[in-house]
Write a protein that binds this ligand. Structure first.
Ligand code: SF4
Length: 399
């Protein structure tokens, strides 16, 4: 049997307070989400206190701040390998000068959300579900954010969710059965504020299902408190989609936070974005999906990076995503395999992209192949021929 290679980050554990170890911080402060938020790294000085930046990063910090703010929680910052300029954590949150140039195919609103907003802050693109943008703030900001046009408040466009109009729209549209809270990050709200919104949605009889899209358990696991979990579990069925891109992000603190949510009866799925130099190799992706299952999170989607302005340096070819799925299917548990999707530019919605397993098909049969490349024929149903054991035929014989 071939031995399975191990990813260097499969057992990664950050070393305690890490970059903050000489700063007179108590573990109690570190574990407090308010302290984490207050002490986020948000400036060039803050970054250079701990890291030596490359020229592209330094210029990125200086010049990209009017598009998407810089903000990194100390927890997430601690995952950066300061000796590795290609560190996959660094690439996700430290600005790069390449963000300031854009290609003709790139868009500020790549998924066409603004044109599908019947009410400010509510995106209605599919018949039975809506995306409800609760806030424009996040604990840290991802440099490839699809919603960077509004997220962080640094750009020219601002999110102006009209909550009352949104509630009325939901009450009046009986086809809507599924509401996804996103933003920004809804879990940045105080428990009481979030509960008011969830409760209001739960009071609408035709809404069957609430989902929360959040990266808080990864950026700020301290925010997942017993009080938050107690509040959320009153409103089932409530599901949560988290966002993890690299196995290094699944630290023991994150695992504890995810377990608390799972123990509160919240089914957890993960959405990853395929990013160049972050997770575009099979060993990293396989380690990520295996670690997610250990944290009781089902890998749900792997997104081809949207055509966001200034994201070319982080985008891979879509063929890379197909190759990764091909490398997972048959080689690991089915539960570990996310669906690779492209969010169709301009608002077409998510389109599943799969490796080709059907080699030929006609009305009589399908020629399919398995993960080893072996082909098989699956015959389509034909008109039934009475078998000697056919009960009707047996009855006729007896009579
Ligand atoms: S957490 Fe989500 S909304 Fe916030 S910056 Fe990252 S991708 Fe964008």
């Amino acid at each position: 049997m071939q031995s399975i290679p191990k990813h260097p980050d499969s057992d990664f554990k950050p070393s305690g307070l890490g970059f903050w170890k000489n700063e007179n911080i108590t573990p109690k402060q570190w574990d407090n989400f308010r302290w984490q938020l207050k002490n986020r790294v948000t400036s060039l000085n803050g970054l250079e206190k701990h890291l030596s930046l490359g020229i592209d990063e330094r210029n990125g910090v200086l010049l990209s701040g009017d598009k998407l703010a810089l903000s990194i929680t100390p927890h997430f910052f601690n995952l950066i390998d300061k000796d590795n300029p290609e560190c996959p954590i660094r690439k996700q949150v430290i600005p790069n000068i390449q963000e300031t140039s854009s290609n003709p195919e790139e868009l500020s609103d790549p998924c066409g959300e603004d044109s599908h907003m019947p009410v400010p802050g509510l995106v209605h693109r599919y018949p039975d579900r809506v995306l409800f943008l609760l806030t424009d703030r996040c604990a840290s900001y991802c440099r490839y954010c699809t919603r960077s046009r509004v997220v962080s408040g640094a750009g020219e466009t601002h999110l102006k969710t009209d909550f009352e109009q949104a509630f009325q729209y939901l009450e009046n549209n009986k086809n809507i059965r599924d509401v996804l809270f996103s933003g920004g990050d809804p879990l940045l709200y105080a428990d009481s504020k979030l509960e008011k919104i969830i409760k209001r949605i739960r009071d609408i009889k035709h809404i069957e299902f609430i989902r929360i899209g959040t990266r808080i358990p990864i950026f700020l696991p301290q925010r997942i408190t017993p009080q938050l979990c107690e509040m959320l579990k009153k409103y089932h069925p409530l599901w949560m989609s988290v966002h993890t891109n690299h196995p290094r992000e699944l630290t023991s603190e994150v695992k504890t936070a995810l377990e608390m949510l799972a123990n509160s009866g919240i089914p957890l799925g993960n959405q990853s974005v395929l990013l160049k130099g972050v997770n575009d190799d099979l060993l990293t992706m396989k380690t990520l999906v295996h670690k997610l299952l250990q944290c009781r999170v089902r890998p749900y989607y792997l997104y081809q990076c949207d055509l966001i302005e200034g994201s070319a340096h982080l985008r891979t070819a879509a063929a890379k995503g197909i190759e990764l799925i091909e490398g997972l299917r048959g080689h690991t548990s089915g539960y570990a395999i996310p669906q690779f999707v492209i969010d169709a530019p301009g608002g077409g919605g998510k389109v599943p992209i799969n490796p080709e397993y059907v080699l030929e098909k006609n009305s009589k049969q399908l020629v399919i192949r398995n993960y080893e490349g072996k082909s098989f024929i699956y015959p389509e149903p034909t008109k039934a021929v009475a078998s000697p054991l056919d009960p009707a035929a047996l009855l006729r014989k007896e009579n």
